[in-house]
Design a protein around this ligand. Structure first.
Ligand SMILES: Nc1ncnc2c1ncn2[C@@H]1O[C@H](COP(=O)(O)OP(=O)(O)O)[C@@H](O)[C@H]1O
Ligand SMILES: [Mg+2]
Length: 233
């Protein structure tokens, strides 16, 4: 059964569309890469999937375990967020916010979940370090642990390797690949890295065309959208 279906989705701000008629379908275990030019609406689409942005038209149909608040999210980073004044443990735990409901404090189960997520990503020894003191790769690992606190079923990653050096990038891709293959976590990733997209993903959504291209990686490689040298989107 599909986890997420988007039908004829139009998204925008103040009544003005930034993208129209977006159609795609996500099954459990999929690894979808979303590519396309800056401004084509990729981050807006992530927010719509999270229920943080209301569509102008069309619909988002969610299946089992993908209700609002139970989707893991790694947002696109700004410089300001890199200075966030909290420890690694606190940043990770904030991923449990969806389960707080009317409670004021995180429960023991929330703390256990955060600990498990840090353990899975090998960052337990960084728990008490200020987030701002970490390398870019360690910060993204922390944000991935934070995303996993919400769920292990489905995670949305908005440009997770942007600003990372080649070694940290390879490390991040490997971690995400293992989450998808071993923990069967569905991955939806916004990226400009076409060569990584075709290596790891099984489906590609290319935003910006009319219609927007949504097919398998094999069909994407054979399409005219695929850059000859397989470089940046
Ligand atoms: N909060 C907002 N209010 C108004 N316009 C916005 C807002 N956020 C993004 N936009 C505009 O919507 C368009 C799509 O933005 P975005 O989804 O961030 O694109 P992408 O992630 O593909 O680069 C851009 O033109 C951007 O300027
Ligand atoms: Mg964006």
């Amino acid at each position: 059964m599909s986890q997420i279906i988007c039908r004829d989705l139009s998204l925008g701000y103040n009544g003005e569309a930034v993208c129209k008629n977006v159609n795609f379908e996500i099954e459990a275990g999929d690894y979808l890469c979303i590519v396309g030019e800056n401004g084509s609406g990729k981050s807006t689409l992530m927010k719509a999937l999270l229920g943080l942005h209301s569509p102008l038209g069309g619909e988002i149909i969610k299946g089992d375990g993908t209700s609002t608040g139970s989707i893991g999210y790694l947002p696109q980073q700004s410089e300001l967020q890199r200075d966030f004044p909290a420890t690694v443990g606190e940043v990770t735990l904030s991923g449990c916010i969806g389960s707080l409901g009317k409670k004021f404090f995180y429960s023991k189960a929330d703390r256990l979940r955060a600990h498990d997520a840090m353990k899975q990503l090998g960052i337990c020894d960084l728990a008490d370090r200020p987030y701002s003191s970490l390398s870019g790769g360690q910060q993204q690992r922390t944000l991935l642990a934070r995303a996993l606190c919400a769920t292990k079923k489905i995670i949305l990653l908005d440009e997770p390797v942007s600003g990372l050096d080649p070694a940290a990038t390879a490390d991040m891709y490997e971690t995400i690949y293992l989450l998808n293959k071993k923990s069967h976590t569905t991955v939806i990733m916004v990226t400009h890295d076409i060569s990584a997209s075709i290596r790891y993903a099984n489906k590609i959504l290319h935003m910006g065309g009319s219609p927007h291209f949504f097919r398998s990686v094999e069909e994407y490689r054979a399409s005219s959208l695929f850059p000859a040298e397989g470089g940046e989107a």
